[in-house]
Design a binder for this molecule. Structure first.
Ligand SMILES: [Zn+2]
Length: 311
């Protein structure tokens, strides 16, 4: 069963390796092309993520560097990889092709300059999360002790996302910023977060947040990073399925998806260690849910709630 995966950090690894990793088959990449094919990933989202230790004036350059690897290494050397630039591009993918979409994880790279954000849109970014874990000019992240909401600048970004039909990703936001975004965002999504009720971590969503997301027509994509699935010990696939069950109990059966976090963590759920194993999750889900429901989680819910299609 085909999968749309809303989050991986392949670009960060390619950029850090300075050209020494091949996207096609490097064993260092959990989501290399060979593994995407084996795991039946039909569309992979590629996050641009700038490490907090990069000097601020070099961050935009770093973002462009990662985008350059996306164009040259991911797309340029692999004809089967097709750039998803518009929401309707999902419908044009042919058998044997894998769609690739750019996302932005934290707006540090644009400084205070919305022109840079519009430039990133034009290069293909279709989802923007305001923060990673800490504070920036737009908002506070989930692990910023201050716990503030979004700034005037953050508000401008969300409104610009709306105008361009770009997803606004809440996955790393502080709770206060989450609620600010939910009031403004036309296209909210949590690209890689689980249920806090089952695993008490600041990166996971409370029931109240999840309900609000579903009521607003948004999506929650569950993440395979083990510490967000189960506290204390390594999670297995049945633990991850519990998060999907829980979100279903909150009304999300048609708004749940997948956001692996491959190449963003080494602590993955057992038997989901790389993209080639993705069908293990599908097979487990098929034990408890109808084929139509599982197809929803795997890809259809996202397709149905894309900007310009479902909302
Ligand atoms: Zn992340």
């Amino acid at each position: 069963m085909n999968i749309i995966d809303l989050h991986c950090d392949v670009l960060l690894k390619l950029w850090e390796a300075k050209g020494s990793l091949r996207f096609a088959d490097s064993p260092m990449l959990q989501a290399n092309k060979a593994r995407l094919y084996k795991g039946k990933i039909k569309v992979q989202c590629f996050a641009i993520f700038i490490e907090p230790n990069i000097p601020a004036d070099l961050m935009f350059q770093a973002a462009l560097g990662q985008i350059n690897y996306f164009y040259k290494e991911v797309l340029g050397k692999n004809p089967g990889m097709v750039h998803i630039k518009e929401w309707s591009d999902f419908d044009r993918l042919k058998i044997g092709q894998i769609g690739a979409m750019l996302t932005l994880e934290g707006v540090e790279a644009i400084g205070n300059d919305l022109t840079k954000l519009e430039t990133l849109y034009r290069l293909g970014v279709r989802s923007v999360g305001l923060t990673w874990n800490f504070a920036n000019l737009a908002a506070d992240g989930a692990e910023e002790p201050r716990g503030a909401g979004i700034t005037r600048f953050g508000r401008e970004i969300v409104l610009l996302n709306n105008q361009y039909q770009i997803l606004t990703d809440v996955s790393h936001l502080s709770e206060k910023a989450f609620w600010n975004v939910m009031e403004l965002a036309q296209y909210p999504i949590a690209s890689h977060s689980n249920a806090r009720e089952l695993c008490d971590n600041l990166r996971n969503l409370t029931d109240q947040q999840a309900r609000a997301m579903f009521q607003n027509g948004g999506l929650i994509h569950v993440v395979y990073h083990s510490p967000f699935v189960k506290q204390a010990e390594r999670a297995d696939i049945s633990d991850l399925v519990k998060h999907i069950d829980h979100f279903c109990s909150l009304g999300g059966v048609k708004q749940i998806g997948l956001g692996s976090d491959f190449d963003g963590t080494s602590q993955l759920v057992l038997n989901l260690e790389d993209a080639s194993k993705s069908q293990n999750l599908i097979n487990e889900l098929l034990k408890y849910y109808s084929e139509e429901e599982v197809k929803g989680f795997a890809s259809q819910n996202f397709l149905d709630h894309r900007p310009g299609v479902g909302r």
